[in-house]
Design a protein around this ligand. Sequence first.
Ligand SMILES: [Zn+2]
Length: 106
Amino acid sequence: MSMNFVFDSALEDTAKRLCYKYWSYASPSDYIAHLELLCYDHNTETDVLFATLAKCQVYLDDVHCEYCGRPYQLDVPADVPYARRLNSWFCEGCISFSGGQLIVDR
Ligand SMILES: [Zn+2]
């Protein structure tokens, strides 16, 4: 599996490592435990963790909008298995532009 990371330019290397670690985990079953462990390991609080994650955009390398080729942007790690199950995907921009002619495969 391959993801592309786009970081806020102000983000430090330690914060970037935190983002990589957060996104290395894609099983939603013990998501909370994963967050707690990340905070514990990095000696930080959950709100700081989320503030850091908000400065990092993550895209799937192998799932693209069938119409414009834009990569799939992830919100949470649980999106990864979801996106991989899609046979095809259209980004929101293309769906609204098409006025409903493009249908999302769910
Ligand atoms: Zn598109």
